[in-house]
Design a protein around this ligand. Structure first.
Ligand SMILES: O=C(O)CCC(=O)C(=O)O
Ligand SMILES: [Fe+2]
Length: 201
């Protein structure tokens, strides 16, 4: 049944693997479907990802990113896979892209959805002020919540790009912001997240 209101819960996605450690889900928007998973990564995972990316990243007023041509920490991939039912290993999932925003650092409005079905933005380290992720057409923004992850579907269930997912990284005002995004593709896994009976959906 479709939930008609926003809510928070402990979510297992029906997966036995998550029964012992459900994720703290906060549903922020139903259309587009955007959720915040609290305490999604551990301090150690955040430090690891930052360290691995360090040689290629420096704080900048433009966003400055580095593709981590290494595997996402295995347990993290596993958590994402259990949650989504999707294969998130390369080439189904991209390598992590690590971004460090300095003061004024921002990301202009854009879509992720060319071929990307699901976007996962891991918030490694938070800011003191600014830096929200704004969904412009959908008219809401997500504050920078350290160790949380923002998930959203970029495509409608029928495979078309969802124009309501236009989003941007707002300028950092104080401090700096470290995120890592993971993009998961459509091709090869159409049957893991099927279309619905409504062709418009
Ligand atoms: O940093 C943000 O808030 C947004 C980042 C983003 O949209 C991206 O990396 O594709
Ligand atoms: Fe994006």
């Amino acid at each position: 049944m479709k939930q008609l209101t926003l809510f928070c819960d402990y979510f297992t996605s029906g997966s036995p693997g998550l029964l012992l450690g459900p994720v703290k889900r906060e549903v922020l928007s139903l259309q587009p479907y955007v959720v915040l998973y609290h305490d999604f990564i551990t301090d150690a995972e955040a430090e690891d990802i930052k360290m691995l990316a360090q040689p290629g990243v420096s704080a900048s007023s433009e966003h400055f990113s580095h593709h981590l041509r290494r595997k996402t920490p295995r347990l993290l991939d596993q958590r994402i896979s259990l949650l989504t039912g999707l294969n998130v290993t390369h080439p189904y999932g991209e390598y992590l892209q690590v971004v460090n925003y300095g003061i004024g650092g921002h990301y202009e409005p854009h879509f992720d959805h060319a071929t990307v079905r699901l976007s996962i933005l891991l918030i490694l380290f938070s800011v003191e002020a600014g830096g929200s992720t704004a969904f412009i057409y959908a008219n809401f923004s997500v504050p920078v919540v350290e160790k949380a992850a923002i998930f959203w579907w970029n495509l409608h269930r029928n495979g078309q790009g969802d124009m309501d997912t236009l989003h941007a990284g707002c300028p950092v005002l104080i401090g700096d912001k470290w995120v890592a995004n993971k993009w998961i593709h459509e091709y090869g896994q159409e049957f893991q997240h099927r279309c619905s009976l409504n062709p418009e959906e």
